[in-house]
Design a protein around this ligand. Structure first.
Ligand SMILES: Nc1ncnc2c1ncn2[C@@H]1O[C@H](COP(=O)(O)OP(=O)(O)O)[C@@H](O)[C@H]1O
Ligand SMILES: [Mg+2]
Length: 251
């Protein structure tokens, strides 16, 4: 189980007395069980990436905490990190190397034995349909192939918790489906999956539970039917827009 409790992140821009404080995330709480896909939804600037970076131990929360079973992100950063596979939208892959080489490199970085790395590579390359291009230089790959490579690298160590920030952004529909089908299969295998997206159609198909994040605050939280029942709307997209568009119920 992954539990987020009262998570806040303040950024200070500038120095001294003129420093401006921005709360990118305010008092966020939600949970995700093994086998579930959680969708963090929100417009640009809502705080999705900040939340996911806190969960991935890349930045420290200003307040609150997150737990995976008995471990928490404040006190057990290293163990917490080892349990997470994090995919960011700004992951830079070195174009000179091949997917196969990068997987070996990240496997070794995770202190994995060669035969374990080979087993993981075979599984991930097959699941993500990457076999045709694993020995090509990353420079020469399409956007979709690069994204599959980033997905495979982020999961080389077979983490219990998969955290993907906007995993289908900018992908063609075929690659997007390959990535979402892959996430569904991982959840079915008992993993905890958290994604962020602003694509409501993908979210509605993929996720079991949702959090609608607006200006750093979680405005709605729950299953699709829980969120829709408490609103005047019949689908997730309309509930989402009611928080964002001028004249919406909650604006
Ligand atoms: N390192 C940072 N320093 C200062 N402000 C930041 C930093 N990272 C994000 N922010 C601010 O936090 C808010 C949320 O950003 P972000 O988490 O990237 O949103 P999203 O991923 O939902 O688009 C924005 O107002 C952004 O400008
Ligand atoms: Mg973002």
């Amino acid at each position: 189980m992954l539990k987020v409790e009262g998570l806040s992140k303040e950024f200070r821009n500038g120095r001294g007395k003129s420093a401006k404080s921005v709360y990118a995330v305010k008092n966020l709480s939600f949970q995700c069980k093994p086998g579930e896909i959680y969708g963090l939804l929100g417009p640009n600037g809502a705080g999705k990436t900040t939340t996911l970076r806190c969960l991935s131990t890349l930045i420290k929360p200003t307040a609150g905490n997150a737990f995976i079973d008995q471990y928490n992100v404040i006190e057990h950063g290293q163990i917490f990190r080892s349990k997470i596979g994090f995919l960011t939208s700004d992951m830079k892959l070195d174009g000179y190397f091949t997917p196969d080489y990068m997987m070996n490199w990240f496997g070794k970085l995770n202190k994995m034995e060669d035969d374990v790395i080979n087993q993981r590579k075979e599984k991930l390359f097959n699941d993500l349909q990457m076999m045709d291009f694993i020995h090509k230089k990353i420079d020469k790959l399409s956007t979709g192939m690069k994204q599959k490579t980033a997905v495979a690298i982020s999961l080389i160590h077979d983490p219990d918790v998969i955290i993907f920030d906007e995993p289908t952004n900018g992908l063609d529909i075929v690659t997007s489906k390959a990535v979402t089908d892959f996430l569904i299969s991982r959840a079915k295998a008992g993993k905890i999956v958290i994604i962020s997206t602003h694509n409501m159609t993908i979210a509605e198909k993929l996720c079991h539970r949702f959090g609608i994040l607006v200006k750093g605050e979680l405005k709605e939280e729950g299953t699709l039917s829980e969120i829709i029942e408490g609103s005047n709307w019949g689908n997730l997209e309309d509930v989402f827009f009611s928080y964002i568009l001028p004249g919406g119920d909650h604006v």
